[in-house]
Design a protein around this ligand. Structure first.
Ligand SMILES: O=C[C@H](O)COP(=O)(O)O
Length: 329
C-alpha cells in the first residue's frame, strides 16, 4: 500500500485515515461475506439421503423438509427420481441424482443410462463420480471423452433445459496434481461444478480442497463442498472459502444452528446499540467498518501449495505417465 507523505495538519490526517479505512474495507469486501440469513443459507444446500433402500416415508420426509427450508435440491440415488419429482412438483426445490456412485469406474454406457434416466425424469442436477482410475493412469483423453459425452446429453432433455453437471472428484483419494487434472478436464468439458466428495470414502471436504478447486474453476465453474459437513460453522467456512453449494445429510441440524446464530447476532447488536459508540466513522462519507465475527476466512489468490506443485513439475513429470499404459477395460 502506497505510503502517503506525513500529513501536515488534522485535515490531512483525516484524509489519510479515510484512505486506510477504504483499503481495509476493500480487503474485507473480498473476503468478508456478511452473515447469511438462514433462508439464504438454505439455497446453498443439497439436502442429501443417498441410501439405497429408502421407504416412501423417508423420501416424503426428505422432500417435505427441503420444501419447508427452501433447500436448493434433494440429492438421491437415480432410482428415486420419479417419486421425488412427483413429491416436489410445483416447488422451487430441484432434484440432484448421483451417477456412477460411489466408485466412478462404471463403463460409460452405465453412466449414460443413469444420466438419461435423470434427464428424462426431471432432475435439475447430475452429480457424476469421476473415474479416478483413468486419472491415476494418466488416461486424460478418456476422462475428457467420457465427461464430454455426458455433457452432450443436455440435448436430449425433453424440456430443452440445461442440466447442471457436477463432477465428484473425491479429493481425499487424489494427489494435488490429480485434483488439478480433474478440475481442468471438468472445465474443458463444460461441467457446471466440481464437487469434493461422495461422503462414502476417506475424509470429506476440506477448506484447502475448496481453495484449490475454486482457484482451478476460474470463472467457468462453481464448487460444491460435500462429505462430513455436519454443522453451521463448517458450512459457512466452506461458503466463505468459495463453495457455492453444500452437499450434506445434516441440513436440518445446520439450519437450526443458523437460526440460533442469527438470534445471537441480533442480541449482540441490541447490546451494541445500548453501549457508547466509540467507533465513530472516519469522515462522514465512510460507513463504519463492519464488526468482524472472528477472523474472516481469507480467500487466497493462489494457494501456496499450488505454486509448490507447479514448481515440482520441472523436477519430475507430475502429469505425465512414466510408463504410458493405454489399457482398455
Ligand atoms: O453430497 C453428498 C454426500 O454424500 C453428503 O455427505 P454426508 O452424508 O457426509 O453429509
Amino acid at each position: 500500500m502506497a505510503e502517503f507523505p506525513t500529513p501536515k495538519d488534522n485535515a490531512e490526517w483525516v484524509l489519510a485515515f479515510q484512505q486506510e479505512a477504504r483499503d481495509i474495507r476493500a480487503a474485507f469486501d473480498q473476503t468478508y461475506i456478511p452473515p447469511l440469513e438462514p433462508s439464504e443459507l438454505a439455497k446453498y444446500i443439497d439436502h442429501t439421503n443417498l441410501g439405497t433402500e429408502l421407504l416412501a416415508e423417508d423420501l416424503d420426509k426428505l422432500c417435505d423438509e427441503a420444501i419447508k427450508y427452501g433447500f436448493a435440491t434433494v440429492c438421491v440415488r437415480w432410482h428415486y427420481i420419479s417419486y421425488c419429482e412427483q413429491r416436489l412438483r410445483g416447488s422451487s426445490v430441484g432434484i440432484s441424482i448421483v451417477v456412477g456412485f460411489p466408485e466412478g469406474t462404471q463403463r460409460l454406457q452405465e453412466k449414460r443410462a443413469e444420466s438419461i434416466a435423470g434427464e428424462h425424469g426431471g432432475c435439475t442436477d447430475l452429480d457424476i463420480v469421476l473415474n479416478r482410475d483413468l486419472v491415476r493412469n494418466y488416461r486424460y483423453s478418456e476422462v475428457y471423452d467420457e465427461l464430454h459425452n455426458l455433457r452432450e446429453l443436455d440435448k436430449i432433455r425433453p424440456d430443452g433445459g440445461h442440466t447442471k453437471l457436477k463432477l465428484i472428484i473425491e479429493t481425499s483419494q487424489l494427489t494435488i496434481p490429480e485434483v488439478i487434472v480433474a478440475c481442468v478436464i471438468a472445465r474443458y468439458a463444460r461441467f457446471d461444478y466440481v464437487k469434493t466428495s461422495t461422503g462414502m470414502i476417506g475424509r470429506g471436504a476440506s477448506i484447502e480442497d475448496i481453495r484449490l478447486m475454486k482457484f482451478m474453476a476460474r470463472d467457468k465453474m462453481k464448487v460444491k463442498a460435500s462429505g462430513g459437513i455436519r454443522d453451521y460453522n463448517t458450512a459457512i467456512a466452506m461458503i466463505e472459502t468459495g463453495a457455492s453449494r453444500i452437499g450434506t445429510s445434516s441440513g436440518i441440524k445446520i439450519m437450526k444452528e443458523a437460526v440460533a446464530a442469527k438470534e445471537a447476532r441480533e442480541a449482540t447488536d441490541k447490546d451494541a446499540e445500548k453501549a457508547p459508540d466509540d467507533t465513530q466513522p472516519v469522515g462522514d462519507d465512510f460507513p463504519r467498518l463492519r464488526k468482524m465475527e472472528g477472523e474472516p476466512q481469507l480467500l487466497m489468490k493462489g494457494p501456496p501449495f499450488v505454486q509448490e506443485t507447479i514448481e515440482l513439475e520441472e523436477s519430475e513429470p507430475l502429469f505425465e505417465s512414466p510408463t504410458h499404459w493405454s489399457g482398455e477395460y
